[in-house]
Write a protein of this length. Structure first.
Length: 545
């Protein structure tokens, strides 16, 4: 081993502090590698025990280029196995490459390689990242945190076969882990691609409407949540009979169902950023009913209450707002649906027991929603001679692929989204510090695992102090966007601003998939700047009127 070469390589890895520390501490008494020179004059590491070379002994660079040439426009490249670094070099040589991650195991053998080959040029490239001996949960989280499809496009995985074949189980598990992470990223990206610009526009316009609420919303102990599944019709009499037993939280979709039965909830919650969510509020909000809204909700919905209670959801801009303007209550919206958010809201308000009604996460007997929900009057208004009410309802039901399933009493339809929503709620129940009860109806069974013996956290729905007024915050944020460089930002301030723009960038890339990274960032900046300018101008005009 060449100690000078080892020092050069570790120096090039100095931004990975934990890895460098582990490399320095590790000692390998058993030699695993020797080196041979290829016909092209390049050094190739070879296993000592079986003489298998990790790369071509003819021309390892040409071999690596041939493998990376099979890629298309993938900007995020994962290489399984460091080897002699030729795949890493070839990936970094691609114009399309924006991020390269090397995953490998056995720090002792990696240290040995660093004393045999000079990797410093590749290691010093800011696009390069490396994970050695990371557990699978860490690998998954790394992909979730760093793979941004709006910025990098698709993800490609290139295995160094000679290396992966000697540690099959670890690398196979790594591939499975990555596939799970990519599914989650793809699901999030798909939503961002559809709603990213709408979210941004709504958040910017709602900021002006946020008013300080320095007194926390009163804590509750027992909550009931109504969703708009068809099973709500089964439970509506019980809810009416027990109305005074609990704090009643209505999802926006179920609000007209309750009002139709003259049941007035204590609160209603909405997270849908689309204008269609306004349909849930055509019947109005009863006096005394609190309106809880994700900051990304449509401003027209916020107008339904004199003082809506905004909260921070999963959008990175709302997290930035809470840090730099006003600390908003954070409600977990990661379940992707309104019932999950309503449960999280009740949890935030201190509930020790939460009952759920109308939570079907399926279409029992092919029925989509409970009586009184917005879809029925909506379809009645849209129906024509050739587009009947039944036809519109069927089109709505079959808009996504469905699978027919059975429970003990009846059958129901289920799709991928509804299954995902149900699984997310089931996962949340595992870690719950409250009792979560599902009033089973005709829909898909829900397996809840909440335990009442867990220590209850101290939760309150409360706001922090305003650091500056809304106009000044928006002006400052706009100037930060203007100063954002078109090349990928690296300092902490740039990264914080850049992250808030990613959902909007996803939507803009979806509209124009051929945009390169620089043009996408420029287009995203211009879109966001214009939205802020327009919001500030409208606010100024309203104040002067």
């Amino acid at each position: 081993m060449n100690n000078d070469l080892l020092s050069i390589n570790i120096k090039a890895l100095e931004r990975f502090k934990t890895l460098c520390s582990d490399l320095i501490k590790s000692h390998n008494k058993i030699k695993q590698y020797k080196t041979l020179k290829s016909s092209s004059g390049h050094i190739v590491p070879v296993y000592v025990d079986n003489d298998r070379a990790l790369h071509s002994l003819n021309d390892p660079r040409r071999e690596a280029k041939r493998l990376t040439d099979t890629l298309n426009d993938e900007g995020f490249v994962v290489i399984l196995g460091l080897g002699g670094g030729y795949l890493l070099e070839a990936a970094l040589d691609r114009e399309e490459t924006s991020f390269v991650l090397v995953i490998d195991f056995n720090i002792k053998s990696i240290k040995e390689l660093l004393g045999l080959i000079d990797y410093s040029k590749s290691f010093n490239d800011p696009r390069f990242y490396i994970l050695i001996d990371s557990d699978y949960q860490f690998i998954e989280q790394f992909i979730l945190d760093n793979y941004k499809p709006a910025l990098y496009g698709s993800l490609a995985t290139i295995p160094l076969r000679t290396r992966t074949n000697t540690d099959t189980e670890k690398f196979n598990n790594t591939v499975v882990t990555m596939e799970n992470a990519i599914k989650k990223v793809s699901r999030d990206y798909s939503v961002q691609a559809h709603f990213g610009t709408v979210w941004f526009s709504n958040i910017i316009r709602n900021i002006i409407k946020v008013e300080p609420v320095y007194d926390p919303v009163p804590a509750i102990k027992h909550a009931a949540i109504t969703a708009a599944g068809p099973s709500l019709d089964i439970h509506i009499k019980e809810i009416k009979k027990r109305r005074n037993d609990f704090f009643l939280i209505s999802t926006d979709t179920s609000l007209p169902c309750l009002l139709f039965e003259k049941i007035y909830p204590d609160a209603v919650v909405s997270i849908d950023c689309q204008h269609v969510s306004y349909h849930h509020f055509f019947t109005g909000i009863p006096d005394g009913t609190l309106l809880f809204l994700d900051l990304a909700s449509p401003p027209i919905v916020a107008c339904q209450a004199a003082k809506p209670l905004f909260f921070s959801g999963s959008h990175p801009l709302t997290a930035y707002i809470s840090l730099h303007w006003c600390s908003l209550p954070h409600i977990d919206t990661s379940g992707g649906n309104i019932t999950y958010t309503a449960v999280a809201l009740a949890e935030k308000m201190g509930a020790e027991k939460i009952e759920m009604f109308g939570t079907d996460y399926s279409y029992p007997f092919g029925q989509t929603y409970a009586k009184g929900s917005y879809v029925y009057p909506y379809f009645e208004k849209k129906q024509k001679r050739l587009d009947t009410l039944e036809g519109l309802s069927s089109t709505f039901l079959y808009r996504t692929p469905l699978s027919k399933k059975f429970n003990d009493k009846n059958w129901y339809y289920e799709n991928a989204s509804l299954s995902f929503y149900r699984e997310q709620l089931e996962q949340k129940s595992i870690h719950a510090d409250f009792e979560l009860i599902h009033r089973q109806g005709s829909g898909a069974p829900i397996k809840l695992l909440s335990q009442t013996s867990k220590i209850k956290k101290s939760n309150l729905f409360t706001y922090g102090k305003y650091l500056i007024n809304a106009e000044d915050f928006l002006s400052e944020y706009m100037n930060n966007i203007i100063s954002l460089p078109l090349s990928e930002p690296y300092n902490e301030k740039h990264i914080n601003i850049f992250t808030t723009l990613l959902p909007a960038a996803a939507a803009l890339r979806h509209r124009d998939p051929h945009l390169n990274k620089k043009d996408l960032l420029e287009k995203t900046k211009n879109y966001c700047i214009e939205k802020i300018k327009k919001t500030l101008a409208n606010y100024k005009n309203n104040m002067e009127a």
